[in-house]
Write a protein that binds this ligand. Sequence first.
Ligand SMILES: [Fe+2]
Length: 293
Amino acid sequence: MNTLYHDLEKTDDERRQLLYDGHLLVYSPTPGSLALIHHARALAEEAFAPLDPRTAQHEMSVEAYAKILADLKPKFIHHPHSKECIQRMLGELGCNLEQTYFDVPRMRTSTAQGYLTTGIAYAFHPHRDTWYSAPQCQLNWWIPIYPIESDNAMAFHPNYWNRPVRNGSASYNYQEWVKTSRFIASQQVTVDTRKQPRPEEPMELDPQLRVVTKPGGILIFSGAQMHSSVPNTTNSTRFSLDFRTVHLGDFIHNCGAPNIDSECTGTTIEDFLRGSDLQHVSDEITASHLVSQ
Ligand SMILES: [Fe+2]
């Protein structure tokens, strides 16, 4: 049984345990999350001007569209204000910023009617982030930038929370993947050839759960949740942002969601920045995690 809690008032320790047990949390927009989406909107609207980013796909070639995203997305990811907004939001929600590490926020676009679903606008097949070297204690934070609806949201597949799936994670190592393939994402406009772990058996996508919040609403879930992009059958592009957090104490003590089917090696921990001062996890911590695999 998975429960979706709305505006749950618990300590961060209690909240993380609920997430590691497979529950989902949704929070109403906070000043920090609203600042973050307003910042994202400003960058997107500047990039697509004079068009509305949500409908611009109907007025330009897919190549021109992909080119705009290839500039816009890194700008948002690396902008110092994006990180400041996240620090603020984590503090507002009661996270201990000395222990909570986050990775840079990604801006995601899900274009309408299958216009662009590869490369810079990759459409995610059902997966767990833990198939991609994410720590078992990774939490995902997902926020709509503009209003969304069920038909352009993301989906959870809760029956797979404790049901293993045959998958390709055994051949995935994050450190290797970074070296060989990430840099070509922006060049792949129509066909995506990057090797990603996938389910290797037929998936039952129903029952599925889609969460629709207002812009700036915050959805938090374990990186071990099975989730996917919903094929966008609306007429407008969905813009959302997401980032991940790791509680360092939980990482060091191997706390987190149970691992039921992930066999990848490597770790994404070196991408995470401390909430208080943006410092990386020490090399010793990363190395000792890799040695223990
Ligand atoms: Fe994911």
